[in-house]
Design a protein. Structure first.
Length: 353
């Protein structure tokens, strides 16, 4: 008997992607089948569309910022989410067995897997949620005050919650965020909420800088026109920023962050860089003599995901400014072009929109 079919965005090869008809996934034993209501388009997705990804074996369906309705539960299912319930699904599936998981530090899990990389993703009409995600993942019931398209973007915000927690921004500090994409905008809003006296956001893309204004930046610096290090000296009377966040994949900005940070300052390396450029030539003497604290963060745990959802529900993130574009699944290719050109902050795909 032939299986039911659904629409999905399939990446066949780098740069070769589009809507195809594929089989609706089986309901995993112990897992769930979701009707996808919304799926956010992430920078990682864009890189995979453009260049592929070392964790993704093509052809593949990506998409890992998901909200959907439970339409079926699998054999021997013991989870709490039932048919008809609308849930938000973070992509992470922790192993539960490594030293870090046993210590409760799930954000450092050595063997985690992800929906949209190890398991087929959410740019489709239906999505299978494996048993491991039900038992050791990041799944939340969507609050009644949030639409699915809003709840879907809790995932990138959770990563920012984790980073801000480590960065310890306090009242009266000056914060520089390099990168005015979706992550930079969230960091801007969160830094202001934490009490930062002055938040500065920098980018080479004027369109994105303009889109970032509603998130509360006190100053926007167009680094296509000025030298960021010199401009920050003017902005801080030569002292430097208390906190610098590199919310981008450009290695040179990590070099600049060390040159910009104030003595005793903190640097959050949020954006990963290409492997061939992962040693950008940072002046470590500045770290040493200026007593700088350099930190990296990656992914998040269930606690961060819950806080991100609470932030969305509270209105702390200006959603109408954050989600600048919403497209139907049929129009995915058109939407991806806009995102790839850097003309959006955050885009959400809604199969039934």
């Amino acid at each position: 008997m032939s299986k039911d079919k659904m629409k999905a965005v399939v990446i066949n090869a780098p740069g070769d992607y589009g809507i195809q008809m594929v089989d609706v996934p089986d309901v995993p034993d112990g897992g769930l089948l979701l009707q996808v209501l919304a799926c956010g388009l992430c920078g990682c997705d864009l890189r995979t569309l453009r260049s592929g990804h070392h964790r993704v074996t093509l052809p593949f369906i990506v998409g890992h910022e998901v909200a959907g309705k439970v339409v079926a539960t699998g054999k021997d299912y013991t989870g709490k989410w039932q048919e008809g319930e609308v849930i938000a699904v973070g992509p992470l599936v922790f192993c539960g067995k490594c030293d870090f998981c046993l210590e409760g530090k799930f954000e450092l899990c050595e063997n985690y897997q992800e929906i949209g990389q190890h398991f087929q993703g959410g740019f489709a009409e239906y999505l299978a949620i494996p048993k491991g995600a039900v038992e050791r993942g990041t799944i939340l019931t969507v609050p009644s005050t949030l639409e699915p398209w809003a709840a879907a973007v809790a995932e990138p915000i959770a990563s920012c919650v984790h980073a801000q927690e480590k960065g310890r921004i306090t009242k009266g500090e000056t914060v520089l965020i390099i990168g005015a994409g979706p992550i930079g905008c969230v960091h801007t809003a969160m830094a202001k909420a934490a009490g930062a006296k002055k938040v500065i956001i920098a980018d080479v893309n004027r369109i994105r800088l303009d889109l970032a204004v509603p998130f509360g930046a006190d100053t926007c610096i167009d680094t296509s026109q000025v030298n960021l290090v010199e401009e920050m000296k003017k902005e801080t009377e030569g002292k430097g920023a208390d906190v610098v966040i590199t919310a981008n994949p450009v290695p040179e900005t990590q070099v600049q962050a060390v040159e910009i940070a104030r003595k005793g300052g903190r640097i959050l390396l949020f954006g990963g860089v290409p492997p061939e450029k992962e040693r950008p030539g940072i002046n470590t003497n500045l770290i040493h003599y200026n007593a700088l604290e350099v930190m990296g963060t990656t992914i998040f745990n269930a606690r961060h995901y819950k806080k991100a959802m609470d932030l969305l529900a509270s209105g702390a993130i200006p959603l109408n400014n954050f989600i600048t574009h919403r497209f139907s699944l049929d129009d995915f290719v058109e939407g991806a072009k806009i995102a790839l050109n850097g003309e959006s902050i955050k885009m959400v795909i809604e199969p039934k929109w």
